[in-house]
Design a protein around this ligand. Structure first.
Ligand code: DP6
Length: 336
C-alpha cells in the first residue's frame, strides 16, 4: 500500500546551550530551549511498496534533489532498528521545505531532523500522544541533538538534571511550570551574515573533548538549567536575561578557547549586541540576546513590549542586518 505522511516541526533556540557530546549523540550537559513557531520544516514522506531489499530513498529539498543530505539520512535511518521494516519494504521519497529562506545561517538541522524522524516514526509504528513524542524526540536526537527539543513547547529540557525526575540524556521533556511573564516570548532573528559558517557544530562539539575548560563548562551549564527552571517558574526577567546572555557568550568563549580555536561572531554581531545593551540600559525594558553557533543574533523579549522593540530594531539594528525574521514562542509540531 502506498502512503503519504506530512510532518511539520519548528526550530528551537537554546537559552542554555548543548555544547559537547559523548557516545551515541548524548549530551555532556543539560540544555534548555524555547520552541519557535514560524521557523518550521515541513516534510512530505511518500512510501511506495517494493520487493527488492535494497534501500531506496530519494531526498528533495525545496523541490531539488540533494545527494549529500540524502546520504546523511540513509546513514541515519539505516542505523535505527525502528526503521528496518520501513526501509526493507518501501521505497521512500522525502520532500523537505523550510518556512525560512535558506542560506540565512539559521540552524535548520533541528527542525529538519525533528520533521524527518517524526515522519519516519509515524510510518513505522502506531504510537500516540506522549509516547510518540518521546520516541520521536529520542530518534531525532540521533540525527541532530538539538532536534529532540522541538517536540515540546513553550520550553524544553534535554539532558539529565538533578531534581527534574523525568529528564533524560536520551530525549527532551517539556518544562511544566512557566510563569505568565514567559508565556508569550518573541524572538527577532537578526541575520547579520548569510554565508555558510566555516566550522560546523559537529566539529565544535568534538573540540570539547580535550577542551581545557570543558568540565567547568558542563557544571556551569547544568547549574544554568536549574536556575533557568526556577526563573521560568518565578517570572524573574533580570535572572532570565543574565542566564541567557551569559550562556550565549560562554558558548562562543568555548569556541575561542578550543585547542583549534575559531571565532564565529562578526563585527556586526558585536555592534548589534552593544546596541542591545545600550537600549536596555536606557529604557529598562526586559530584552536580551542569544547566539547559536554562528554570527546571527536572536533578540528575545516578551510580547508586551513588542511595539517598542520593533521600533528599536527597525531604527537602530536594521542597518547591521541582512534580514530580520520575527518569530515567537511555539508548542511543537504535528504529524499526519
Ligand atoms: C549551539 O544539534 O546542531 O545550537 O548534534 O551535532 O547535530 P549535532 O549538533 P547541533 O548543535 C547545536 C548547538 C547549539 C546549541 C543548542 O542548540 O543547544
Amino acid at each position: 500500500m502506498n502512503k503519504t505522511i506530512i510532518s511539520k516541526y519548528p526550530s528551537n533556540i537554546a537559552l542554555v546551550k548543548y555544547w559537547g557530546k559523548y557516545g551515541n549523540q548524548l549530551p555532556k550537559n543539560a540544555s534548555l530551549s524555547m520552541t519557535l513557531s514560524k521557523a518550521v520544516t515541513e516534510v512530505k514522506l511518500e512510501l511506495m511498496e517494493k520487493t527488492n531489499s535494497e534501500i531506496e530513498l530519494a531526498y528533495f529539498f525545496e523541490g531539488e534533489e540533494k545527494e549529500d543530505f540524502k546520504e546523511r539520512i540513509v546513514k541515519y535511518a539505516s542505523a535505527q532498528p525502528e526503521f528496518d521494516y520501513l526501509l526493507k519494504n518501501y521505497a521512500l521519497k522525502i520532500n523537505s521545505t523550510n518556512s525560512f529562506p535558506h542560506s540565512t545561517g539559521i540552524a535548520s538541522s533541528a527542525s529538519a531532523f525533528a520533521a524527518i524522524a517524526a515522519a519516519l516514526l509515524s510510518a513505522s509504528a502506531e504510537l500516540d500522544g506522549d509516547i510518540f513524542n518521546r520516541e520521536a524526540s529520542r530518534l531525532s536526537r540521533l540525527g541532530s541533538g538539538s532536534a529532540c527539543r522541538s517536540f515540546y513547547g513553550p520550553y524544553a529540557v534535554w539532558g539529565e538534571l538533578d531534581g527534574l525526575d523525568a529528564s533524560s540524556n536520551e530525549f527532551a521533556v517539556p518544562v511544566l511550570e512557566v510563569h505568565e511573564n514567559f508565556k508569550n516570548m518573541r524572538d527577532a532573528i537578526l541575520i547579520v551574515e548569510d554565508q555558510p559558517k566555516k566550522v560546523s557544530s559537529s566539529v565544535g562539539h568534538g573540540l570539547m573533548k580535550d577542551h581545557p575548560y570543558a568540565e567547568a563548562r558542563f557544571v556551569d551549564a547544568n547549574k544554568h538549567c536549574q536556575e533557568m527552571l526556577s526563573t521560568l517558574k518565578s517570572g524573574d526577567f533580570d535572572k532570565f536575561i543574565s542566564i541567557t546572555e551569559r550562556e550565549a557568550l560562554s558558548l562562543h568563549a568555548m569556541m575561542m578557547t578550543s585547542t583549534d580555536y575559531y571565532m564565529l561572531m562578526k563585527p556586526k554581531t558585536i555592534q548589534v549586541i552593544d546596541e542591545i545593551f545600550e537600549f536596555r540600559e536606557q529604557t529598562g525594558l526586559p530584552i536580551c540576546f542569544t547566539l547559536d553557533a554562528g554570527p546571527n543574533v536572536h533578540l528575545i523579549y516578551p510580547e508586551s513590549i513588542e511595539k517598542e522593540v520593533k521600533t528599536f530594531v527597525e531604527t537602530s539594528l536594521k542597518k547591521n542586518t541582512k534580514l530580520i525574521i520575527y518569530d515567537e514562542i511555539g508548542f511543537g509540531g504535528k504529524t499526519k
